[in-house]
Design a protein around this ligand. Structure first.
Ligand SMILES: *[C@@H]1O[C@H](CO)[C@@H](O)[C@H](O)[C@H]1NC(C)=O
Ligand SMILES: *[C@@H]1O[C@H](CO)[C@@H](O)[C@H](O)[C@H]1NC(C)=O
Ligand SMILES: *[C@@H]1O[C@H](CO)[C@@H](O)[C@H](O)[C@H]1NC(C)=O
Length: 287
């Protein structure tokens, strides 16, 4: 009995006199934040001066690796975009609590927290695309020219866009409405040049576009971020289409009137000058 008590006291003494080596706090709330394959591992809390964090990651079934920028660091985020380059696999990462950079420790294993599983192809959010509007000759179709968002991935020195990564799995969803109406319509397309048919002539429509990857298993991840809204003009006919006939007629009338006045002024002036000249010349001829 007494022996046991002594053992416990002894253990407590050992723990209390070596608090640093035994008890680095572990990381909490380890999460992935990923958009267009730019992927950042984040966690809490900010470390004290007594310890630091190191990130180790591995693809499923592969060896553990480290990212140079995330070794014994006091940051609470690690950009792993350049490390998680195999989009068709899944990764996990551990955040280890280690001594600060330069300090040593007699510990063999450091406490760590594991991240959830992250599969870039399935999980990265897709950012908003940009697009341009064009109108067909008969004004009944509007065409959207969608520009694929760029990703953080590279291949042969070239930056890849989301079409390069998802190819025919990538679709675009267009949401549109008449400019001052709330009734929305949706049109999906497998290509980047999207013709929206059966629009009313001479009406302004407003469009927005988002990436759509129906093959993704998680419904929340199928739709990308919504683009900004672009509206077609409410009359695409021509310059004259923007003005009523009366306004054009009035403008032409005004221009003609102005020309008339100018001509009249010139004529009147000339006549007067001629008269004045004659008056001066007449007495001379008589003399
Ligand atoms: C982890 O997240 C929870 C809920 O968001 C929060 O209450 C908690 O404070 C976080 N932990 C740390 C260490 O910040
Ligand atoms: C990428 O991951 C897939 C699935 O795990 C694997 O079959 C493939 O060999 C990996 N590619 C590379 C280059 O490591
Ligand atoms: C569409 O509506 C917005 C406001 O609702 C307005 O600012 C914009 O000029 C309109 N566009 C056209 C082409 O009518």
């Amino acid at each position: 009995m007494e022996l046991r008590l002594a053992a416990i006291l002894c253990l407590a003494f050992v723990l209390c006199t070596h608090p640093v080596s035994g008890s680095y706090p572990t990381a909490q709330n380890v999460t992935w934040q990923s958009s267009n394959f730019k992927t950042i591992l984040m966690w809490e809390p900010k470390p004290s001066a007594d310890y630091s964090y190191t990130v180790e990651y591995s693809a499923v079934g592969r060896d553990t690796q480290r990212n140079l920028h995330c070794i014994r660091s006091s940051a609470t985020a690690c950009d792993l975009s350049d490390s998680l380059t195999n989009v068709s696999t899944c990764y996990t990462a551990d955040v280890l609590s280690e001594p600060p950079l330069g300090a040593s420790s007699d510990m063999v294993e450091f406490p760590y927290t594991s991240s959830p599983r992250f599969c870039p192809y399935e999980d990265t959010d897709i950012g908003k695309p940009d697009f341009k509007l064009g109108v067909s000759g008969d004004k009944r179709t509007t065409t959207l020219y969608v520009i694929d968002p760029e990703t953080a991935l590279h291949k042969d020195g070239q930056r890849l866009n989301i079409r390069d990564v998802f190819s025919d799995k990538l679709q675009y969803k267009v949401t549109y409405r008449k400019n001052r109406s709330t009734g929305k319509k949706v049109w999906t397309s497998k290509t980047n040049v999207i013709e929206i048919p059966n629009l009313d002539r001479g009406v302004s429509y407003c469009f927005s576009v988002q990436a759509y990857i129906p093959s993704r298993s998680h419904p929340d991840k199928q739709l990308g971020e919504m683009s900004q809204i672009r509206c077609s003009s409410d009359d695409n006919q021509s310059f004259f289409g923007d003005y009523s006939v009366a306004v054009i007629a009035a403008a032409i009338f005004l221009i003609l009137l102005l020309i008339g006045i100018v001509i009249a002024v010139i004529v009147v002036c000339c006549k007067r000058r001629n008269k004045a000249l004659k008056k001066e010349k007449v007495p001379l001829q008589d003399a």
